[in-house]
Write a protein that binds this ligand. Structure first.
Ligand code: BG6
Length: 317
């Protein structure tokens, strides 16, 4: 593959091609065989594979890979709103737009580049976007794949407007799971959450890890920077680290809602779980010239290893 020698060739780890709709996709490869695929449609990660080539993200078999619909699966970017209020479309417009590759973005710390395959994308509002949301911004997204297969995403939103503006945000992460009834989330116990199934009423989670036996649509508040999603059947654990993203959305549509979604299979809810690093309860306000950064890092570890690895009180990065 051209990158297996002693010196890893960072450029050879990136390949740009077109999907069947003519939209550019970027493939990132790690030296050990992991990969990530990013579409310019939505700036969306649509695949993340481990060293064995196993897919780690869920994408619906009925997903529509064509704007103006967001792709059902992978990691859609929800911006400038999460949810559905006011005149903006549900989860904002960023996931439905065509992003561009940015050759020379403002620099990031060396740790975000060294030894990683990465791509930098940029979204600026169109005339049409400005009509619906009259704020000038530059949204920079870096997607990187580390040598060990970890996937990270860095979002930088800069205000180039004359006035402050406010938004909410989420990395709407569709994890692929073997069987939803065998999955549990650790790190959200005893926290408060807003329940989207009860008009956003606030509840407090019990002391146990979260498991699934019906529809769930919640925003957990003031969450730790590290969350673990354990897949008992696959004996593997997703470790989600985040920074700048206080909330965590947990969503599974279950059977009834699955049937109501045109781009989602009736039984697919069994094989996915959305766990999103997000900033929702307290929307973010940035002043003219200011920039906000929100980071997400996903890794997969064998579940047996998890208890040593996972400490919900550690810093995300
Ligand atoms: C979840 C929301 O994150 O996204 C749900 O909490 C919503 O309420 C779901 O149904 C899917 O949204 P969409 O717009 O991608 O169909």
């Amino acid at each position: 593959m051209g990158h297996s020698g002693a010196v890893w060739d960072q450029r050879a780890a990136i390949e740009i091609s077109k999907d069947w709709n003519g939209i550019d996709q970027i493939l990132l490869r790690s030296p050990r065989g992991g990969s990530a695929r990013v579409s310019l449609h939505g700036g969306q990660v649509i695949s993340w594979r481990n060293d064995k080539g196993e897919e780690l993200l869920f994408t619906s078999a009925k997903a529509i890979f064509k704007p103006p619909k967001a792709i059902r699966g992978g990691i859609p970017i929800c911006f400038p709103q999460f949810g559905n209020c006011g005149s903006l479309e549900q989860h904002g417009f960023a996931r439905n737009k065509m992003w561009v590759i940015e050759e020379n973005p403002p620099p990031l710390p060396p740790n975000d580049s060294n030894g990683k395959a990465f791509i930098d994308l940029l979204l600026k509002p169109s005339e049409e976007d400005l009509k619906g949301w009259p704020h000038s911004f530059e949204f920079r997204l870096r997607v990187s794949l580390a040598a060990n297969g970890d996937l990270s995403m860095i979002s930088r939103v800069r205000n180039i407007n004359g006035k402050p503006f406010t938004y909410s945000f989420a990395y709407h992460t569709y994890l692929s799971v073997s069987d939803i009834s065998e999955v549990r989330i650790e790190g959200l116990e005893t926290l408060d959450y807003l329940d989207n199934l009860c008009q956003k009423e606030r509840f407090t989670e019990q002391g146990d890890a979260i498991t699934f036996e019906s529809e769930v649509d919640r925003v957990y508040l003031s969450t730790p920077n590290v969350i673990a999603v354990l897949d008992h059947e696959k004996k593997r654990t997703f470790v989600i680290k985040k920074e700048g993203l206080p909330d965590v959305v947990v969503w599974n549509p279950w059977d009834k809602k699955s049937k109501a979604m045109a781009d989602f299979g009736d039984e697919e809810y069994k094989y996915m779980l959305c766990v999103d690093g997000a900033a929702i309860e307290k929307p973010i306000t940035i002043k003219p010239g200011e920039e906000w950064t929100g980071r997400l890092e996903l890794s997969v570890v064998p579940s047996s290893y998890c208890s040593e690895y996972f400490d919900p009180h550690q810093r995300g990065f």
